[in-house]
Design a protein around this ligand. Structure first.
Ligand code: F6P
Length: 344
């Protein structure tokens, strides 16, 4: 078969490992011809691609980012977008397209399958871990490790100066990174989008800890967390060209509010894109490899309109239609019954 591959949306560690696995099994087991489109859907519409083979992917397993390039946006943003995608399938004699993406790219993949019946298989990626239908997306484990390493470092400087450190991690709609890194890093409070926060409660936790003689505290906040209505002035929203709210910076507002209310010296650290960069953890390399191998197998099973997913440690195929347009929030049992035990 002749199979196309694209990476869409924000990058994350493990993308190259998925591509490598697809190509390895596709070429050596199934005898496929593989091509990689540059810059996500733009590369499909403009028919910009590279021929992929095992030799061309040497050294890709540990490399962060995506060597194919990635973009936001979709064929649905262009009047002739769908025609150009169909044209690419025809002219490139594509038998299948594997879309490696998060909620945005998988929604486009699902729509293209529904609207045009294109032979598409999805692979869930995002450091946010918020794709419905899978227990884990690759990239998440690496981001949690990066955030935890940063929190470990912040503990020692916070203790030396008796400071509160507010650490902002990514997590647009869900607080998976914040919850896991917060638990792993011994945070005093963790704020996530799934549970609007009350700044007075946050200050109460900090005071309680300080009353016990522990001055330094780490507050981990997901970039998408919001104050409970009427408790604190939120920030004005800024949107990007695709209509997504541009996040990043809520830690500053929270740090100022904490310092004003408690008098504790407070600093903020924004980890930002550092969490998406660099080499994937061993865990993510294994998960990416399993996803890649299963994705090319799904192509040979004609499992069109499906996504490979991890459920109870098995890789299965789930219909894209069942996963898109929704967000997988944090397991609130983990938040309330485990993380909260250590608050304050
Ligand atoms: O979707 C993953 C993510 O990392 C979000 O957590 C974050 O809000 C967003 O990407 C930022 O993406 P960019 O700045 O690359 O547009």
């Amino acid at each position: 078969m002749r199979v196309g591959i694209l990476t869409g949306g924000g990058d994350c560690p493990g993308l190259n490992a998925v591509i490598r696995a697809i190509v390895r099994k596709g070429e050596t087991v199934h005898g496929d011809e593989l091509i990689g489109f540059h810059d996500a859907w733009d590369g499909v519409m403009e028919q910009r691609f590279t021929q992929l083979d095992v030799a061309s992917l040497r050294g890709m397993l540990p490399r962060g980012g995506t060597f194919l390039g990635t973009r936001r946006g979709s064929p649905y943003d262009h009047a002739d977008g769908l025609d150009r995608v169909q044209e690419a399938f025809r002219e490139q004699r594509l038998d299948a397209l594997i879309v490696i993406g998060g909620n945005g790219s998988l929604t486009v993949a699902s729509k293209l399958f529904d609207d045009l019946g294109l032979p598409i298989v999805g692979v869930p990626k995002t450091i946010d871990n918020d794709v419905v239908g899978t227990d884990l997306t690759f990239g998440f484990n690496t981001a949690v490790q990066i955030a935890t390493d940063a929190i470990d470092r912040l503990h020692t400087t916070a203790e030396s100066h008796d400071r509160v450190m507010v650490v902002e991690v990514m997590g647009r709609h869900s607080g998976w990174i914040a919850t896991h890194a917060g638990i792993a890093g011994g945070a005093t409070v963790i704020l996530i989008p799934e549970r609007p926060f009350d700044i007075d409660e946050v200050c109460e936790h900090l005071r309680r800890r300080h009353d016990r003689g522990r001055y330094a505290s780490i507050v981990v906040v997901a970039e998408g967390c919001e104050p409970r209505e009427g408790t604190m002035q939120g920030r004005d929203k800024v949107y990007d060209q695709f209509g997504h709210v541009r996040l990043g910076g809520v830690a500053e507002t929270i740090a100022n509010a904490i310092e004003q209310r408690t008098g504790f010296e407070t600093r903020m650290v924004l980890l930002g894109h550092v969490q998406r960069g660099g080499t994937p953890t061993a865990f993510d390399r294994v998960l990416s490899t399993r996803y890649g191998v299963s994705a090319i197998d799904a192509v040979h099973l004609s499992a069109w309109g499906s996504m490979v997913a991890l459920q109870c440690n098995d890789i299965i195929n789930v219909p894209l239609r069942e996963t898109v347009g929704r967000t997988r929030g944090v397991d609130m049992h983990l938040y309330h019954e485990v993380a909260e035990v250590f608050f304050g």
